[in-house]
Design a protein around this ligand. Structure first.
Ligand code: ZN
Length: 421
């Protein structure tokens, strides 16, 4: 018989409804949830985890990470051998899992080898949904060549952070098909300028409509969807019109583009944590004045873009987009959003909303029958004060991924008995 575990005395977060189920139990068989109930049950045959009245959340989802961005210096990283990057990404992924992220959507970089390494248990990390290489035009956000340089290192280095540089409908179709062939779960396109790239203005658009449509068509042909890097209203609107599923960052959106996002059912994935981290550390890390100026501009607009999205009813998922040592600041994303979103909305953006974006509702992002047994036991109530999730080192008492406990700082039963007056 399959191993049964019951998490009892829990206030279980019902992610779709956004409420806590009092006095709940989560019953797990093997790797999946078989029941969430507030009815009394006999758990005699099960291993018991007593949540002692604490809140239980579904495992968190970060919908925009780069687990292979093991250094903030992306150019130097691109010259490192894949083996060294892989070895370092182990620590990045372990950190994410310890912060309660049991699933992450990699927004380019990670490949099927890393995904397999996690699945086989060679690396402890979140479940990975990979994009492979980003699709970028010549001079686009994932073309790292400095002005004047014609050719550069082979892009086989850097483990996929840099793009499949493709121009024209034929080339973009081939580039998408290559990612599909290599096991991508979603396709990433650079649809506008970016901060970390040397030659593209932040408010520019990238790719023709023809090319963007061809990219979306190829993704759909493989039952995949497209996530688009875009900041400016024009870049956002063109990507949405071409058929992408999510806009990444989107800091500069306006009323019209927010309306269009809602109308077309496209997600916004803001990534506030990376701007906060870079604003603190960018100068020390040697970022150029031009890059820091682009950064200041989008950072100031980050909260405003979420405000606009919320006002128009746009679906929002949680992302972070951190680099190198700044990964440690991943959980800051929760408190950064608290200026515009309610705690429940923020927790939903990191659970059920992200799961829907990724076509994984019922598998991740909610504790439903048949879902992966990914769950957290937390001190404090994140549905009232989402800041507790920004302090995972103290608030996360237990992390379970696919039925396996990967972090546990709950008091031992003996300690608990002693503390009873
Ligand atoms: Zn990114």
């Amino acid at each position: 018989m399959m191993r049964r575990t019951a998490v009892i005395n829990a206030r279980v977060f019902d992610a779709p409804r956004g409420v806590l189920i009092e006095a709940g139990s989560v019953v797990i068989e093997g790797e999946t949830v078989v029941e969430v109930t507030s009815e009394p049950r006999d758990f005699a045959d099960a291993q018991i985890i007593d949540a002692a009245g604490r809140v239980v959340l579904p495992g968190l989802i970060d919908a925009h990470v780069h687990v292979t961005a093991v250094s903030h210096d992306l150019l130097r990283l691109a010259a490192q051998p894949p083996s060294l990057i892989t070895a370092q990404s182990k620590g990045v992924m372990e950190g994410m899992l310890q912060r309660g992220f049991t699933t992450v959507r990699d927004a380019c970089g990670a490949d099927f080898g890393l995904q397999e390494a996690v699945e086989r248990g060679l690396f402890a990390g979140p479940r990975l949904f990979i994009a492979g290489w980003p699709i970028t035009q010549t001079g686009g956000h994932a073309d790292p060549r400095p002005k004047g340089a014609r050719e550069m290192f082979c892009t086989c280095a850097g483990l996929g952070l840099y793009g499949a540089i493709a121009d024209g409908v034929g080339e973009v179709r081939r580039a998408v098909r290559e990612q599909v062939r290599n096991g991508a779960n979603q396709i990433k396109v650079m649809a506008g300028g970016g901060i970390a790239s040397p030659t593209d203005p932040i408010d520019g658009t990238q790719y023709s409509m023809e090319e963007l449509r061809a990219i979306c068509e190829e993704a759909r042909a493989a039952n995949l969807y497209v996530m688009a890097h875009a900041y400016s209203p024009q870049a956002v609107m063109r990507a949405v019109q071409a058929g992408v599923r999510s806009i990444e960052h989107g800091n500069l959106i306006d009323e019209a583009s927010a309306k269009l996002l809602k109308q077309e059912g496209v997600w916004l994935v803001p990534t506030l944590a990376t701007y906060a981290a870079l604003a603190d550390e960018g100068q020390r890390l040697g970022w150029s004045a031009a890059m820091l100026e682009k950064l200041a501009r989008v950072r100031a607009k980050g909260i405003e873009s979420i405000h606009l999205a919320k006002a128009h009813g746009v679906a929002i998922a949680l992302g972070t987009d951190l680099l190198g040592a700044m990964h440690q600041r991943q959980s800051e994303e929760f408190s950064l959003r608290a200026a515009v979103l309610s705690p429940v909305e923020i927790v939903q953006s990191a659970t059920i909303s992200a799961a829907r974006l990724m076509d994984q509702e019922g598998r991740i992002g909610s504790l439903a029958r048949g879902a992966w047994a990914d769950l957290l036991i937390v001190d404090g109530d994140p549905t009232r004060d989402v800041g507790v999730l920004s302090r995972p080192e103290v608030s996360l008492r237990l992390v379970m991924k696919a039925g396996k406990v990967v972090r546990n700082t709950l008091p031992t039963p003996a300690a608990r008995t002693l503390s009873v007056p």
